[in-house]
Design a protein. Structure first.
Length: 213
């Protein structure tokens, strides 16, 4: 009996390899437009992409590039993996504990100043990826929901809706579970602490989706 691929996992490398096995016929991801330090590829279990971009390259083999304006022709890629910022940071907090945790998270993942700015960035990126992907091309979009200003923002829903609106079919979804998170002290917890993130598998295909998430 062949291996059963599950939708949940504690290891993001396993998730990515499962997505490749299920949805990327070539077995290789063509492009990583937010490559950073290449954490996905460090253990050698995932092949380095042909095209590696970042707004602030960390090594000489990374091309400096805004992922909303890729130096690629239309319909030139079969697959993309996208791991964008998900953190909201407006600057230093008066609360020392929150400030400490915020700096750790921001330094690790980078951030945007507000939810509208973050989500606008997601939408512009989706449109650009649609342009450069071939028909039936695959976009792997890693995202995490967040709480800002005492409100829940379900980024994975926004990404799904924007992807559908711009011509993608939501082909699959994987959930990455975390055994621990960086947590600061809080006077009163208002929302469940998020111990998960998503890998959305989106396929370039003009279809009529009879729902809006």
């Amino acid at each position: 009996m062949s291996k059963i691929i599950k939708s949940i996992n504690y290891d993001q490398i396993d998730i990515i390899n499962n997505i490749i096995d299920l949805h990327i016929e070539s077995g290789v991801i063509d492009c990583d437009p937010t490559y950073s330090t290449g954490n996905f590829y460090k253990n050698g279990k995932i092949t380095q992409p042909k095209y590696k971009y970042d707004i602030k390259p960390q090594s000489d083999d990374i091309i400096e590039c805004d992922c909303t304006k890729l130096p690629l022709d239309d319909n030139s890629l079969n697959s993309i993996i996208f791991d964008p910022p998900f953190v909201i940071s407006k600057g230093p907090s008066l609360n020392k504990e929150i400030k400490k945790v915020s700096l750790i998270i921001t330094n690790r993942f980078s951030s945007c100043e507000s939810i509208p700015i973050l989500w606008d960035f997601y939408t512009k990126s989706i449109k650009e990826f649609y342009r450069v992907l071939n028909k039936n091309g695959i976009l792997i979009f890693k995202c995490q929901d967040t709480v800002n200003g005492g409100k829940n923002y379900f980024s994975h829903i926004h990404v799904m809706n924007e992807s559908i609106k711009n011509g993608f079919y939501p082909k699959d979804l994987f959930v990455l579970l975390a055994k621990s998170r960086i947590i600061g002290k809080m006077k009163k917890q208002q929302h469940a602490r998020k111990f998960h993130s998503y890998f959305l598998v989106l396929q370039k295909k003009k279809v009529n989706i009879p729902y809006n998430l």
